[in-house]
Design a protein around this ligand. Structure first.
Ligand SMILES: NC(=O)c1ccc[n+]([C@@H]2O[C@H](COP(=O)([O-])OP(=O)(O)OC[C@H]3O[C@@H](n4cnc5c(N)ncnc54)[C@H](OP(=O)(O)O)[C@@H]3O)[C@@H](O)[C@H]2O)c1
Length: 316
């Protein structure tokens, strides 16, 4: 897998990274065997940057990833996890919670350092606490070598950019905002990248919306958005192409020009990981993309911040 610099971190990140949220059975039940096979396949193909969080499957994803990585030389992969979110509607950016969370993540992941530690879904937490407690605590741990680089994640792009600039964090991870359906991350990513911040585009399949199965029941996208994505999937099927293939290839082939270092896709399936690796080496069908763009136009860039759906887990 091709690698690029992740901002100023010094990490050479694969352009396709693995999101391990799915190992916490958030989309469908996942066995440890499936987790092991998916992670081993990722590593075999150079997908050696793993993103996870204590929140995913309420610690199950970190535990499964830690077991799957047992025996793998620690220098051969990078680990990114998070602090601050501990339940669907539970945030805590206090110093105590941050310290506790790091200790527990290290134990579950079977390591003594974390390459990138990120404050999770910043828009829902207490921002004063994040700035006054979580970030200084993480910076102290950085000096001890327990965490190597600091980042933030979330959906609110304006807030992510503001915080990244003001707090000089090393990485920003945004999700579902550089996809076939939503292209809002691009301009923000370009500016962040120019300032030396590493940008990660999470959820190129928009958390299942851009798959043949469609979005899971908890997905926050509005029903109009979901209906059009189903129509796009049907169009792809008529052309003999899986919508996930086009969605991933769109994200990957446009990433560099937008200043996005890596696209973080989630899967708990060895076969889907293999497909993702294979698709990443193939060109995007520009003709099909034009037809998808025309169909998608009425809901392009419509996120659940402007038109909420019935799903979504987070409540303020
Ligand atoms: N706030 C945040 O910090 C935040 C938010 C969202 C995501 N993230 C990160 O980004 C990662 C990726 O996001 P995500 O997993 O939520 O969404 P995603 O990557 O957009 O989509 C995941 C879904 O796509 C399916 N999928 C993957 N490859 C496929 C393929 N080749 N064919 C068909 N279906 C395929 C997966 O099912 P299978 O398991 O069956 O393959 C799963 O249902 C997460 O794991 C997490 O690390 C972070």
């Amino acid at each position: 897998m091709k690698t690029v610099a992740l901002g100023r971190t010094g990490i050479q990140v694969p352009v396709l990274a693995m999101g391990a949220a799915s190992l916490g059975s958030i989309y469908h039940p996942v066995s440890q065997q499936q987790a092991n096979e998916t992670v081993a396949t990722a590593l075999e193909h150079g997908v050696n940057y793993f993103d996870v969080a204590p929140y995913y499957g309420l610690t199950r994803a970190e535990s499964a990833l830690g077991i799957a990585l047992r025996g793998v030389p620690r220098q051969s992969y990078s680990l990114a996890t998070k602090v601050g979110r501990y339940g669907d509607s539970q945030w805590d950016f206090s110093r105590e919670a941050t310290l506790r969370s790091i200790d527990a993540s290290l134990a579950r992941l079977g390591t003594d350092y974390i390459d990138v530690i990120q404050c999770h879904d910043v828009e829902y937490g207490d921002l004063n606490q994040l700035v006054d407690e979580a970030l200084p605590t993480l910076r102290a741990l950085q000096e001890q070598g327990v965490v190597r680089h600091l980042g933030i994640t979330g959906y609110d792009l304006a807030l992510l950019e503001k915080l990244a600039v003001e707090q000089s964090v090393d990485t920003v991870m945004a999700y579902c905002t550089w996809t076939l359906q939503d292209r809002r991350l691009g301009e923000v990513a370009k500016r962040l990248n120019q300032a030396g911040t590493g940008v990660l585009n999470a959820s190129p399949l928009s958390m299942g919306l851009l798959t043949r199965h469609g979005a899971p029941a908890w997905h926050p996208a509005h029903q109009d958005v979901q209906a059009i994505c189903r129509a796009v999937s049907a169009l792809c099927d008529r052309e003999g192409v899986n919508i996930s293939q086009v969605a991933l290839q769109f994200a990957l082939t446009t990433a560099a020009e937008q200043g996005i270092a890596s696209t973080v896709i989630g899967t708990a399936s060895q076969q889907n990981m293999l497909d993702n690796v294979r698709w990443s080496a193939q060109p995007l069908d520009e003709g099909l993309l034009q037809r998808i763009d025309a169909l998608m136009a009425p809901v392009l860039n419509i996120g659940w911040d402007s038109r909420p759906g019935n799903g979504g887990k987070a409540q303020k």
